[in-house]
Design a protein around this ligand. Structure first.
Ligand code: AMP
Length: 209
């Protein structure tokens, strides 16, 4: 059974590669970022609070994301899953360890410069959250989602100043958790600056071993 975690900075390709692996191995993707954006778009009190935190690029509370992931794993993760965007700090790692055991952790490496370059061309569908890039992965119809036809938008937390703060949080809080998985011998380093196809090839090489 595959229980995979994708770790990497913003726009390292985690989401794209998660989609590819999800299709190939028929695994659900649990992306805390997508789940939280959905909740943040609601007009209730939690939605407004989340929206404020996320626009600033800060992390939301561990309690909330732990609860979200626990529910997902218990309900839909019995035959395996892919985690994208969780765990993101030591306390979330400890919580996850207490409820389940991962089989593979992929650290997708890209430099801050590459991350900033990629994010500046990103466009997201407000409805299904599918992500495009104006140069490298454009939609068929200019500015509109291939799947639902909605107008694509630039996420507020993908503005360069906010992105730099998010990268700093990544280096300070998320990168250090990688050593935890190295110690368990389940961590694999992947060069994320290659083409999408080459990154997939490297991931599959590990998974099909
Ligand atoms: P992402 O799309 O994964 O970069 O997530 C977007 C935003 O959602 C982050 O900047 C955080 O505000 C929030 N978020 C996503 N995952 C987590 C997490 N595991 N812990 C805390 N906040 C998170």
């Amino acid at each position: 059974m595959l229980k995979i975690l994708m770790i990497g900075p913003q726009a390292s390709g985690k989401g794209t590669q998660s989609q590819i692996l999800s299709t190939k191995f028929d695994l659900p993707i649990f992306s805390t970022g997508n789940i939280l954006r959905q909740k943040a778009s609601e007009e209730d009190e939690l939605g407004k609070e989340l929206s404020g935190i996320m626009k600033s690029g800060k992390l939301v509370s561990d309690d909330l994301v732990n609860k979200i992931i626990k529910e997902k794993i218990e309900r839909d993760g019995k035959s395996g899953y892919i985690l994208d965007g969780y765990p993101r700090n030591k306390s979330q790692v400890n919580f996850l360890d207490s409820i389940d055991e991962l089989t593979h952790v992929f650290e997708i490496k890209v430099s801050d410069e590459e991350s900033i370059h990629r994010v500046s061309g990103r466009r997201t569908c407000p409805k299904c959250q599918r992500v495009y890039h104006v140069d490298t992965n454009p939609p068929i119809k200019d500015g509109k989602c291939d799947d639902c036809g909605e107008y694509l938008y630039v996420r507020e937390d993908e503005r360069e100043d906010v992105l730099r703060d998010r990268l700093a949080i990544y280096h300070r809080e998320t990168e250090p958790i990688i050593s935890h998985y190295h110690a368990k011998n389940i961590c694999h380093e992947i060069d994320g600056e290659q083409s999408i196809a080459d990154v997939s090839r490297d991931l599959l090489q590990v998974l099909e071993k």
